[in-house]
Design a protein around this ligand. Structure first.
Ligand code: GLC
Length: 735
């Protein structure tokens, strides 16, 4: 540590000379940078996966950050080598994918988006940071901001769905939760906005695949959440695996310098995804690993995750003049700044007793339960829910008692022993007959089905827990067929034969195509892998101790063949108008004439199964007609729209009222509608509240034909409703 003190005192000396408006951190960075050899600088740009066995690399100054280690003892071993054995004693940053909780696992991010409640998402991220930092993790690779319009893509589980506004709101909430008020707070960890950019647009929903996204689509759809979270202070950003129109993001100077730095003025640190630099060889963008390092650094990458290209070749590249030391200094400044801001020079070590004091704290579990309650979406209910009168219920299905699966994808540090399953929780509320029926979600063995049907006949009602094992969503887990796996649909049908009320609870990592299962049940609750406390949350909803309020963050399809499908689509020149002829209505030997002349499918028609923003309650909400305060607005004006919302039922409940706007005519075609605001309103039975949305006209801006970010004058329409397909439009004009 002696070396560091000398350097920091040099920083103080420089500041005493008063060299301009540099911050204290900048001065420390410059003082340290001026001491570093080229090899030491390159060492900081190298991120390796591992724990204590990396101590020698750390002692040699060859690693700036480690990932995938969450053991405080091991992190301290590597840190001690870096701080006390390397020449300059620069601490490492320990990083981890803490994307929906650390030990206390929250619903997967797609489920958290379904809450439409940024406050509870921020709280979950704060709790994740408290638990993760207590184990020595100071950098998480979250939030994932990839817009997802195709549920075949397994990573829809990790993001906030299809809408840019919801994506931005949830991303900002997570950044605030992880980073807290000050990065140097020991409970704060650096966020990492990822994957920049367009990764979710992979053709065919097949992970890592080509994306063809125009600049205008990038700016209007894929950039907004990244820009919002960058402006909210996200400390780091991760490049994406995909190439956009032939240019891999990790080597894309337009993205990483022109947009991020020059246009947005963002000054955080850029890390690659896992070997995404090295993968530019497979892309056919780089000749060899050395070439990838040259391209990545010159494009604006600061740190290399696990390609080993930087540590092996950058010294050579600098000597050959292919990478300037100026670029290296830029990268190392961003890395050192992050380490100073995290307070790692002053406090490099983690208290190895700290995690036991915070992990699974009662208030953490309670927050995880509340988040799971609010993330569940009621898709169907013919009145059987809540099961308040039932005394004996059958609990069946492969996800009823699956503590590991319930945590969902990327829950590395969640311990299944702490999970409370639906079976556990329902046994506290009912006399439960337990018949698994199937052993796991892909199980096709129907040998126990007769037992299950017999059990159903002895119960007042049946609750069937189906869905996906955790491994069936997440990275590299794309599916071409989105029906329930195995014999799960057959299990639901078998239970239905008993003639008792059937409630289906789907626990999955993505929107599945469950239309045929809907026909075989009286109610369906959709829970996106709800995490550690999913059982108590679902039991409260089934019992009626809680009322569903979740709304779909992604469109639900009738068939995977409809993908990609999203509510905020362009209208096309021949939008579906309901006059279309469907497959079974086509006359035999029909003449060669068009059957509908609109954009639809002969077999599935046009519409989705459930639209974005959809979700039922145990009560009924009535929306009054929206009233616009001033229907002729200047471009610097504010749109104010009010309406009455009434709870017509007998349960106190929360509704997510959504404001959608359409720009009717533009210099380029505009989406049929876009979510611009939402608000959670809780109403007592019979209560009516007037709600008002305020929307600055400036937020109607978009990147237009001339690639300018402007509000174009003209006619607009708005809707306020409980989902993206409901409500009547009201017009207004921007002058
Ligand atoms: C993975 C993922 C990325 C993750 C990183 C580190 O391949 O694409 O989201 O943060 O590697 O685990």
């Amino acid at each position: 540590m002696k070396t560091i003190r000398f350097i920091l005192s040099a920083a103080v000396l420089i500041s005493a000379i008063g060299c301009g408006a540099q911050s204290e951190t900048d001065r420390k960075v410059e003082a340290l940078l001026s001491q570093m050899s080229l090899q030491e600088k390159i060492g900081q740009m190298n991120q390796l996966s591992g724990g204590a066995w990396l101590k020698d690399e750390a002692a040699a100054g060859n690693v700036g950050s480690i990932l995938n280690c969450s053991d405080p003892k091991e992190i301290n071993i590597v840190q001690k080598a870096a701080v006390e054995e390397s020449r300059l004693g620069i601490p490492i940053i320990a990083s981890r994918d803490v994307i929906h909780g650390f030990h206390t696992i929250f619903p997967i991010p797609l489920g958290q988006a379904a809450t439409f409640n940024p406050a509870i998402v921020e709280k979950g991220a704060r709790i994740a940071a408290i638990e993760a930092t207590a184990s020595g993790v100071r950098w998480t690779f979250s939030p994932m901001l990839d817009i997802a319009r195709d549920p075949r893509w397994g990573r829809v589980a990790e993001g906030s769905g299809e809408d840019p506004y919801l994506d931005a709101v949830m991303g900002v909430a997570m950044v605030k939760g992880y980073q807290g008020d000050n990065l140097s707070d020991p409970t704060s960890m650096a966020a990492c906005i990822k994957h920049f950019v367009g990764y979710g647009a992979a053709e065919g929903g097949r992970d890592y695949n080509t994306t063809m996204i125009s600049e205008r689509s990038l700016r209007n759809t894929y950039f907004p959440a990244f820009k919002a979270t960058a402006e909210a202070g996200a400390a780091t950003l991760m490049t994406s695996f995909n190439e956009i129109d032939g240019v891999p993001s990790t080597g894309n100077k337009w993205l990483l310098k022109d947009i991020l730095r020059d246009e947005w003025g963002w000054d955080g640190m850029v890390v690659t995804d896992w070997n995404s630099a090295g993968e530019m060889i497979a892309h056919g963008f780089s000749r060899d690993l050395k070439h990838t390092a040259e391209q990545a650094i010159n494009a604006g990458v600061d740190m290399d995750m696990m390609s080993y290209g930087f540590i092996q070749y950058v010294e050579e590249l600098v000597k050959e003049g292919k990478v300037s030391e100026k670029e290296i200094d830029r990268a190392v400044r961003n890395i050192l700044k992050l380490k100073f801001e995290l307070g790692l020079f002053e406090n490099p070590y983690v208290d190895e007793t700290a995690s036991a004091k915070v992990d699974y704290a009662p208030e953490h579990l309670e927050a995880a339960k509340q988040c799971a309650v609010e993330s569940a979406v009621l898709l169907k209910n013919n009145g059987v829910l809540p099961l308040s009168a039932a005394r004996t219920i059958l609990v069946t299905g492969p996800l009823a008692d699956a503590p590991y699966e319930q945590m969902g994808t990327w829950a590395f540090d969640g311990q299944k022993e702490h999970t409370i399953t639906p079976l556990d929780a329902l046994r506290e509320e009912y006399n439960v007959i337990w018949e698994p029926g199937l052993a796991y979600s892909r199980d096709k063995n129907t040998k126990d089905f007769a037992r299950v049907r017999n059990a159903a006949s002895r119960a007042d009602a049946a609750v069937v827990f189906v869905g996906e094992e955790a491994i069936l969503s997440g990275e590299a887990h794309s599916l071409s067929n989105l029906n329930l796996q195995g014999a799960q649909s057959e299990l639901i049908a078998e239970v239905a034969k008993a003639g008792k009320p059937v409630v289906v609870v789907v626990i999955a990592g993505r929107p599945l195509t469950i239309e045929r299962d809907l026909a075989n049940c009286d109610a369906m609750l959709y829970s996106f892998h709800p995490g550690t406390m999913g059982g108590p949350a679902l039991a409260d909803l089934i019992k009626g101790k809680a009322v569903p309020s979740g709304k779909l963050p992604m469109t639900f399809l009738r068939d995977a063949g409809q993908a990609p499908f999203y509510y905020n689509h362009n209208n096309s020149g021949r939008p579906c108008n309901g006059t279309e002829t469907l497959l079974n209505d086509i006359p035999i030997a029909a003449g060669q004439t068009s059957l509908g002349c609109t954009s639809y499918y002969l077999d599935t028609g046009y519409g989705p199964l459930f639209p974005f923003g959809y979700g039922l309650s145990y009560t009924e909400f009535e929306y009054g007609k929206p009233v616009i305060e001033n229907a002729e607005l200047e471009r610097d004006g504010v749109l104010r729209v009010s309406l009455d919302l009434k709870n017509k039922g007998k349960y106190e409940a929360t509704e997510v009222a959504q404001l959608y706007v359409q720009d009717c005519v533009g210099s380029v075609v505009r989406p049929v509608k876009e979510l611009k605001r939402f608000e959670r309103i809780t109403l007592a039975p019979g209560e009516t509240k007037t709600i008002t949305f305020e929307l600055p006209v400036a937020e109607l801006a978009f990147w237009n034909f001339d690639m300018e970010y402007v509000v174009e004058p003209g006619d607009f329409r708005l809707w306020v409703a409980g989902d993206s397909a409901s409500g009547e439009p009201v017009g207004f004009v921007v002058k």
